[in-house]
Design a binder for this molecule. Structure first.
Ligand code: MTE
Length: 303
């Protein structure tokens, strides 16, 4: 992937000075924690659910990351070869300060939070994941979103050398996803850099991936190299591949079935083979925070 270049804009250039200083003070206030990495630097969040997290081994070994193959065990098997350092994220389109930002630089003064979220996959399984991350809104505000921007488009790394799925062309790459700007700005929407107190394992989307807990798992794009602010609804990998099955919104909705199976219930990974399925909750249980975003919309049409 592209290496950061000395003439690239520096993250400190887009961070207002006062905020930069405050952040430093915050991090220094946290003492040695700041140096110890995400595990101890993260603070808990009011957005976390209280259910016990799914076992780490399940979260890191039962994955979808098609760049590494279709089988659930392929990402854990193959993603180790992906190079995640150095890493740059291109932020472009309708923003005041576009550029290729070095991730290490972005993370230097970025306080992190632990967010324990439900994850509901379109295939009707679910997990509880203790993510480490920060709100996407904070990053977008710092680069300056222009008034004409209405959507945010995301793109994953494409590296045929380390990604066997990309060589096999099992889907169109790069993997792309998108959110409406108000969805992107919602405080539940985070960029995650860690889980279970450690940096993200490659199979979970290292070094930085999106997490949108009220939408099916496929919206949470991994290993992001580009974030673009755009005026029109951007294409998304799954809705381009199977438009009748996957829409742009992909909100968790027990009342709108997938054409080939019901979305009314789910199997919680770790519950055991004979455990009762759980009822799927509207917006995955986050309706209080996000139902207002869709007031007046026909969610059977905008699925
Ligand atoms: N991102 C990329 N780049 N490629 C993918 O294949 N799969 C998605 C999403 N993000 C995917 C992706 C799907 S279908 C799911 S369910 C989640 O990642 C699962 O990953 P997680 O268990 O690490 O959240």
């Amino acid at each position: 992937m592209r290496k950061p270049h000395p003439t690239d804009p520096q993250w400190s250039d887009v961070t207002p000075r006062a905020m930069f200083v405050n952040r430093r003070a915050l991090m220094l206030g946290a003492g040695a924690f700041a140096l110890a990495g995400p595990a101890t630097a993260a603070t808990p969040s009011r957005f976390s659910v209280t259910e016990p997290p799914t076992e780490r081994s399940a979260i890191t070994s039962y994955n979808n990351f098609y760049e590494f193959g279709f089988a659930k065990e392929d990402p854990a098997r193959h993603a180790g070869k992906m190079k995640t350092d150095p890493w740059a994220v291109q932020i472009d389109g309708l923003v005041d300060r576009p550029g290729s930002y070095d991730l290490a630089d972005v993370m230097k003064n970025q306080p992190l939070e632990e967010r324990i979220y439900r994850l509901r996959c379109v295939e009707a399984w679910s997990m509880i994941v203790p993510w480490i991350g920060f709100e996407l809104a904070g990053l977008l505000n710092r680069v300056g979103v222009q008034p004409s921007a209405k959507y945010v488009a995301f793109e994953t790394l494409v590296d045929p050398e380390t990604m066997p799925g990309v060589r096999g062309r099992n889907l169109a790459y790069p993997y792309v996803e998108g959110l409406r700007l108000d969805e992107a700005m919602n405080p539940l929407t985070i960029l995650a850099t860690g889980l279970y107190g450690d940096p993200l394992p490659n199979q979970n989307g290292a070094p930085i991936r999106l997490v949108v807990p009220w939408k099916y798992g496929f919206k949470s794009i991994k290993s992001i190299v580009r974030i673009s602010l755009v005026a029109d609804e951007p294409p998304t990998t799954w809705s381009a591949a199977q438009p009748s099955e996957y829409g742009f919104y992909a909100n968790v909705n027990p009342q709108v079935d997938h054409p080939r199976w019901s979305q009314a219930s789910e199997r919680r990974v770790g519950d055991g083979l004979f455990a009762k399925r759980r009822e799927t909750l509207m917006f995955n249980g986050y309706a209080d925070e996000v139902a207002g975003l869709y007031a007046g919309m026909d969610l059977a049409k905008f699925y």
